[in-house]
Ligand binder design. Sequence first.
Ligand code: IPM
Ligand code: MG
Length: 362
Amino acid sequence: MSTKHILIIPGDGIGPEVTLWGKAILEKIANLNGYDWHFQEALMGHAAIEATGSPLPEQTLQKAKQADAILFGAIGHAKYDADPNLKVRPEQGLLSIRKALGLYANLRPIQLFDELLGASSLKEEILKGTDILFFRELTGDVYFGEKQLSADGLTASDLMIYSRYEIERVAHKAFQAAQNRKGYVCSVDKANVLESSRLWRRTVQEVAKQYPNVRCEHMFVDNAAMQLIKNPTQFDVVLTANLFGDILTDEASQIAGSMGMLASASLGDGPGFYEPIHGSAHDIAGKNKANPLASILSAGLLLSHSFGLYKHANAITETIKKVLKAGYRTIDIASPKTPTSKVLGTSAMGEMIFNEFTNPKS
Ligand code: IPM
Ligand code: MG
């Protein structure tokens, strides 16, 4: 394998303590296989505002553009959540880098570990067999439409806007993925109310014609929110817009037991960007309580999508299964039945996965 440059952006809150373990597993894989991988670090979010005044310093963006892949932690700080008047905000860093790198397709697999069936607030018999891959459009929608606040500060608006090409490119990714899965795309919109959703639906219907082997159906987002909890096994690939995807994937994380278990890949035409779907969780930051598995799984997505190392990515998942099977849990996925001796902190869980990981057989 050729030389690779991996940029690590630990970010805010629990970001640094979990990303440490995502990076560690990548380093171990490089060492075991003699891969020439170079790691660099950069600032983003609150950490970057404190150091430079900007949530996305130019230097970080340059390093990101030059990297082959990026592993990111989390973004945000309680100070900003409590004060909507602050103009410079950590999240602007994440949104700007998504836009600047053209990361239009956000893949969020809802991967269910059988060992964690009991950790969800939903019934086991409803969850069992769930395997959903979300494609969330990531560089359009109300996130990036024009924002306005009237001079008197009494009226505000965010424009929900999509262009056909933005819908087409993410739709193609979703249909291509479905061809290698169960062959079903459920496109989620609000076409009964929103003009932008009607464009979404029309465009997806046209893209679908190019994939005759993939079944395509459309669902309104309110219904989808309900169906996800009622009968999650009905879904295969879910394709949706930026805002709907943000909300539905947090909801879907409960199927997997915890936000601490879910990884994501943001893909476009440049380097891939990998991050846990959980946020900065300031309340537990620095307390050795965060679950590092989402960061480790994000490293796995990096291996598959950016480097084509599917077997190594799979070996990461298998290692996690093994550790879960042995009964070890971080606090977010522990149940009242978990013996306290098996409830691990961030570093003990990270270290256990690191130590247990071995190269795939062939
Ligand atoms: C996510 C997050 C971000 C988003 C925030 C931190 C801006 O919730 O990646 O899901 O809304 O996209
Ligand atoms: Mg979110």
